[in-house]
Design a protein around this ligand. Structure first.
Ligand SMILES: NC(=O)c1ccc[n+]([C@@H]2O[C@H](COP(=O)([O-])OP(=O)(O)OC[C@H]3O[C@@H](n4cnc5c(N)ncnc54)[C@H](O)[C@@H]3O)[C@@H](O)[C@H]2O)c1
Length: 346
C-alpha cells in the first residue's frame, strides 16, 4: 500500500451542497478522468481512495479545486463517520474502487474480494442512506473466457471460481448481485456498467496491462512482451469515451435492473495492437513470447447494442488517435521520471 501523501489533506475545502458525487477509486486511472469530468460539469466531488494502485499525480490537477476533496480510506473498512454524516448532501455514489490489472489484484486476493463484496456493500449502504443513485463499475471479466462471441449482457459467462483470477471475477459478480439485490428491494437506484479494456493517459506504466506494457517497453527500448502467440483478441476503448458512457449511464432515466456493457467493439489481436505500437514508436526492440497466464480469455468483444439503445452511446475515438495520445502521455511521464531517478541514484 502506498504512503500517505499530501493529497490526504484533512477536512479540506467546503463542498457545494448540490450534486455531491462520492467517487470511490477516484484516484485511479478511470476514476481520475471521471472526477475531472464531474468537476467540469459544475458538480462537487469527494474522492475516496486508499491509493493502493493509484498514482498521486493523477489527482494533482484537481488538488485545490474548490469543489474537490480527497479522503483516504479503504472501502473494505467501515466508512468514516464524517462521510456518513454527509449523506443528506450526497446525490451520486460511484464505485470504481478495485485494483484492475491481474498482477495487482492477485497481490492480495482476499483484499480484492473484500473490496468488491464488503466495500461495495458499504457504498450501497451509503447510497441508501443518502437516497443517492449508485453506479458499480463491473467488468467484462464477469464473462470469463467466453464461449459466446461477442458478449452481450444476457450471456452468463464462463468463469472459474477456483483460479487465480476468481478474486476479481467472482468478486465483481458478487458485487453485481449485491447491487441488483439493493435495486430490486427498492433500497437504492443502481446502475451497473460492465467495462471492457480501457486505455489512455493516467494508466500506471507498471500495472501490467497490455497497452501500457507494450507502449512503455517500446518507449524504453526494452524487449516487447507478448503472452501466448498474440492471436488472442481484445477491444480497446479510449478513456474519454468510457467516462462519457459511465456518466450517461448514471444519469439515464432507466430502471437500472440490467447491466450495460461499455467498451469499444473494434476487436483486434494482440499482435495487431503490437503492430500499431511498433509503427507509432518506431522501436526496433525484440519481441519475446511468454506463456499465457492461467484463465486468460482468448476472445473479447463487447456487444454494445444495449448501451446504444438506452444511452445513445457509442465510442468515438479511433484507436490510432487514442494510442497516439496515450503514447505521447507515457513518453512525457517516462521523461519526467528519468531525472528524478538519476538524482536519487546520484
Ligand atoms: N481499466 C480497465 O480496462 C477496466 C476494465 C474493466 C473494469 N474496470 C473497473 O473499473 C474500475 C477502475 O479501474 P482502473 O482501470 O481505473 O483501475 P485503477 O487501479 O487505476 O483504479 C482503481 C482505484 O481504486 C483504488 N482502490 C483499490 N482498492 C480500494 C479499496 N479497497 N478502497 C479504496 N480504494 C481502493 C485504487 O487505489 C485505485 O485508485 C475498477 O473497479 C475496475 O475493476 C476497469
Amino acid at each position: 500500500m502506498r504512503k500517505q501523501t499530501d493529497l490526504d489533506h484533512g477536512p479540506g475545502p467546503t463542498i457545494r451542497p448540490l450534486a455531491l458525487n462520492v467517487v470511490a477509486g477516484g484516484a485511479g486511472f478511470i476514476g481520475s478522468h471521471l472526477c475531472r469530468a464531474l468537476l467540469e460539469k459544475g458538480e462537487s466531488v469527494l474522492c475516496l481512495d486508499n491509493l493502493q494502485t493509484s498514482r498521486a499525480s493523477n489527482l494533482r490537477a484537481l488538488e485545490g479545486h474548490p469543489r474537490f476533496r480527497f479522503m483516504r480510506h479503504d472501502i473494505s473498512q467501515p466508512l468514516p463517520a464524517e462521510l456518513t454524516r454527509m449523506a443528506p448532501r450526497i446525490t451520486r455514489v460511484w464505485n470504481l474502487a478495485c485494483a484492475a490489472s491481474p498482477p495487482l489484484y492477485q497481490q492480495n486476493p482476499e483484499h480484492t474480494m473484500m473490496t468488491n463484496v464488503v466495500g461495495t456493500n458499504h457504498l450501497l449502504h451509503l447510497a441508501e442512506a443518502a437516497k443517492a443513485r449508485f453506479l458499480l463499475t463491473s467488468t467484462s471479466e464477469v464473462y470469463g473466457d467466453p464461449e459466446i462471441h461477442p458478449q452481450a449482457e444476457d450471456y452468463r459467462g464462463h468463469v472459474s471460481c477456483t483460479g487465480p483470477r476468481a478474486c476479481y471475477d467472482e468478486g465483481k459478480r458478487a458485487a453485481e448481485a449485491l447491487a441488483f439485490d439493493y435495486g430490486r428491494a427498492g433500497r437504492t437506484q443502481v446502475r451497473v456498467a460492465r467495462i471492457f479494456n480501457t486505455y489512455g493517459p493516467n494508466m500506471d506504466p507498471n500495472d501490467g496491462r497490455v497497452v501500457s506494457n507494450l507502449i512503455c517497453q517500446a518507449l524504453r527500448g526494452d524487449e516487447l512482451t507478448i503472452y501466448g502467440d498474440g492471436s488472442q483478441t481484445r477491444s480497446f476503448c479510449y478513456v474519454s469515451d468510457m467516462v462519457a458512457g459511465l456518466m450517461a449511464l448514471m444519469e439515464a432515466d432507466i430502471d437500472g435492473s440490467d447491466p450495460v456493457n461499455l467498451g469499444n467493439p473494434d476487436e483486434m489481436t494482440v499482435n495487431e495492437l503490437l503492430g500499431h505500437v511498433l509503427a507509432l514508436t518506431g522501436t526496433a526492440a525484440r519481441v519475446v513470447h511468454r506463456p499465457l497466464p492461467v484463465d486468460d480469455p482468448r476472445r473479447r468483444r463487447p456487444d454494445i447494442s444495449r448501451a446504444n439503445e438506452v444511452l445513445g452511446w457509442a465510442p468515438k475515438v479511433p484507436l490510432a488517435e487514442g494510442l497516439e495520445a496515450t503514447c505521447a502521455w507515457f513518453a512525457a511521464e517516462l521523461a519526467a521520471a528519468k531525472p528524478a531517478a538519476a538524482g536519487f541514484a546520484g
